[in-house]
Structure formats: C-alpha cells, structure tokens
Design a binder for this molecule. Structure first.
Ligand SMILES: [Zn+2]
Length: 416
C-alpha cells in the first residue's frame, strides 16, 4: 500500500491530491507533495470564499505532519495566490493549515493532546520538535476553543487567586462550578476591581444575570464587584478559605509561642508539633497522636487555640442556617474572651462577614463545595509542570488548555 492511499483514508483534503512521498536529503524526514486538483478553486484567506486563482509560488512551503517510525513528516505545497474581488490579491487558505502556523492542524491537535499529559518541554523532546512548536499548537487550540465555546447558562461560579511568578503576584481565576460542569472560565492578570470587572464584561450581562451563586474568598475587590455586577446571586464565602484563615492563625500562635519558650529556657515541648495541631485528629499517625496527647496536658496558648480550632469544625455540620449562625456567634464570643490575639483577629473578620459565611448554609447542596479547591490544585500542578513559563500569556494558555474544557475542531480520523 502506498502512502498517499493511507493519507487519503485518514487525512483526505478535498480539492487537493497527494503526490509520491520521498525522503529528504538527510533521510530523517519524509516529504509528501500536495498539489491542487485540476480546475479546483482556491479559497481566499481573507473572506474564506472560493475565488479565481492569480498565480502560484515556486517556493514550496513545508507543513509539519504527524511523524512515524522515527521520521519527521511534512506536507510540501506551493501556495497559490488568489484574486479576490473583495480582498484583492492575497494568499490562499489551505484546509490542512491554519494561518501562519508551520504545522498542519492535525499535528497541532496531536501535540496539544500530549501537552496535556506531559509538560511542554517533554512533549517537544518526545516528538523531536521544539518548545515553540508545542506552544504554537496549544495557542491554536486555545484560540479555536475560546472562539467556539458556549458560555451560558452558568449557575454557579467560583473565584480564586493563585500566586505566580516571583513575589506577590496573583492571577484571578474564575471557574464554573455547576454540578454538571466544572471548568475554568477566565484568567485575570491581577486581583483588582478592574480585572475582575473584565470577567463580567467578557461573559456579558445576559449570562451574568442568570448566575445564582458566586463563591469567593473575603478579598474585598471580589466582594465589591460581585455586589455590583451580579447582585441577584448569592455570594458565598468558600469554606476552604475560612478554614485556612483559622489554621494560619493557629500556626502563627504555635510558632511564636515555641520561640518564646525557647528564649525563656523552657522544655521545648512544641517542637515538631506543627502537624499534630494542624491536621485533623483522625488523620494523625500513631506517633503524632501520642505527641498530641502529651501536648494537651500543658496549659499553653497553642493548646487552647488548638481546641478552639477543633471546635470551629463543628460549624460545617449544621443543616440550619439559624443554628449555624448561633454557633458562629458563640465561637467568636469565646475567642474574643481568650486573649489570643491572632485568633481574635480571625473572629473579628468572621463577624464582619457573618452573613456571607451563612450563605454557605443557605446555598447548601446547590453546588459541590471543595470543587474550587480541587480546580485550584490542578491549576497549581499545571503551572508547576509548565516549569519555565514566565510570561502571563504562556501561563494563561497552559491553564485554559488543561482546565478550560474547550471544544476542539473535529478530525476525520483519530491519530492518537
Ligand atoms: Zn476574499
């Protein structure tokens, strides 16, 4: 069987014919000539309509195709120019290529598929291509996907930030967190009012008006824009962020108390206690359990804070909003009497956001909480995998590509 026959089977190009394949001079690549079928019209790259031809270039252009058996494969074609009544004399559009991309669409598909499983660098090495080509492929797929995706209706969104680059630089990520659809919707370069407004501008007022739940942390710009742009939605404070705040306070208390004890020459009972205090008791190993048992005998600020933290977990078990509210008030009151400053700070914040926290109970079972945390972990993994991605643009592409659930162009044949 000859190569053109296989190609016509898996990658037919209407209006074009495959020629006889040959090896390139260095024998490491297979070149497959392509020529237009006789009297077939060319397509104008400006308006995508069939138009009369003008002339044909003599310099063949190479389009990289999916390689096999250790060979690189290229389609080789001399581009025609067309004389379009609308666009003037322009170069034609070929069905296997996309604009100025030097790879065929199927090859970009192929690389994009692997770039989700491997890092971009590994993908490039594995298929003997360059990082830039992998980047190009992902950029093509993401652009296509963003253009063809259907946004609405969206019931619930979650907003979160993720640290990137060096120093305190944050990206805002907006996810759709409906029960049947979770995906990354949008990436903002900062976490300011202005950036977050851009998200609502992107989805437009019609889709915004149908959002019922917005899940976010206590970051002021998010809360403000939610109120402004999506006033009908219930703003819910994400449980994960609240728990993280309490844990962070406990950790600070333990660290500074351990330091104080060391300075004052006490027995260092708090060393290696960090995870005993932070983890849930049921997740501790035998050694940590023993350590914790020993620890609670001391009258330490860390221990008192630990007990308060453990008590706080009961909040999430409430079914009724009223009772959850009562519990929250009692807990905050207890903390305010405790003279443990870092926890008091948390209690003040919780009091200030009381209604938003209780929205968690009002919206209960309407969407799966913890989804945002899961998605954000995936985002972090993607960013770690894309080691060396420095620019915002590249990070954005990688995140859309792995978390956006973007639609992809249909292929005649599954090559992978
Ligand atoms: Zn045209």
């Amino acid at each position: 069987m000859r190569l053109p026959r296989i190609l016509n089977q898996c990658h037919p190009i209407p209006g074009f014919v495959y020629g006889q394949a040959r090896f390139a001079e260095d024998e490491q690549a297979v070149l497959i000539p392509v020529r237009p079928r006789k009297r077939s019209a060319a397509i104008c790259s400006g308006c995508h309509r069939p138009v009369p031809g003008y002339d044909q270039s003599r310099t063949p252009r190479r389009f990289e195709f999916i390689g096999f058996w250790g060979y690189l494969v290229f389609l080789v074609y001399c581009m025609r120019r067309v004389n379009c009544g609308h666009c003037g004399v322009v170069v034609e559009e070929v069905p296997w290529g996309a604009g100025k991309h030097s790879s065929t669409k199927v090859y970009m598909h192929f690389l994009g598929h692997w770039a989700r499983k491997l890092s971009w660098k590994e993908t490039a090495e594995e298929f003997r291509t360059s990082w830039d080509k992998v980047h190009d492929a992902v950029a093509y797929l993401v652009a296509w996907g963003l253009e063809h995706r259907v946004l609405g209706p969206i019931r619930a969104i979650g907003v979160d930030e993720i640290q990137y680059g060096k120093g305190h630089k944050y990206l805002s990520l907006v996810y759709q967190i409906d029960l049947n659809c979770t995906r990354l919707l949008w990436i903002g370069k900062e976490r300011t009012v202005k950036t977050f407004r851009e998200f609502f501008a992107m989805i437009g007022p019609e889709v915004s008006a149908k959002i019922e739940f917005v899940c976010s942390d206590m970051w002021k710009p998010y809360l403000g824009v939610n109120r402004d742009k999506c006033s009908q939605a219930l703003n819910i404070l994400d449980r994960f962020h609240i728990v993280a705040k309490v844990n962070k306070a406990l950790d600070d208390i333990r660290a500074s108390e351990a330091r104080r004890m060391k300075q004052d020459g006490y027995e260092p009972v708090l060393t290696k206690s960090r995870w005993c205090l932070l983890k849930r008791p049921e997740n501790l190993d035998a050694k940590q359990k023993l350590k914790l048992k020993d620890l609670v005998r001391y009258n330490l600020q860390s221990v008192r804070a630990y007990l308060l933290k453990e008590d706080f977990r009961h909040l999430w078990n409430y079914e009724s909003t009223t009772w959850a509210g009562k519990f929250l008030d009692r807990w905050c009151h207890q903390v305010m009497c405790s003279r443990i400053e870092p926890l008091k700070k948390v209690a003040r914040t919780l009091r200030a956001h009381r209604e938003l926290i209780l929205n968690y109970f009002r919206a209960r079972k309407e969407f799966s909480s913890g989804v945002i945390e899961g998605l954000n972990n995936k985002a972090k993994v993607t960013m770690r995998k894309s080691y060396g991605f420095r620019t915002f643009r590249v990070t954005e592409l990688a995140l859309y590509h792995s978390l956006g659930k973007l639609p992809e162009p249909e292929l005649t044949h599954r090559f992978f």
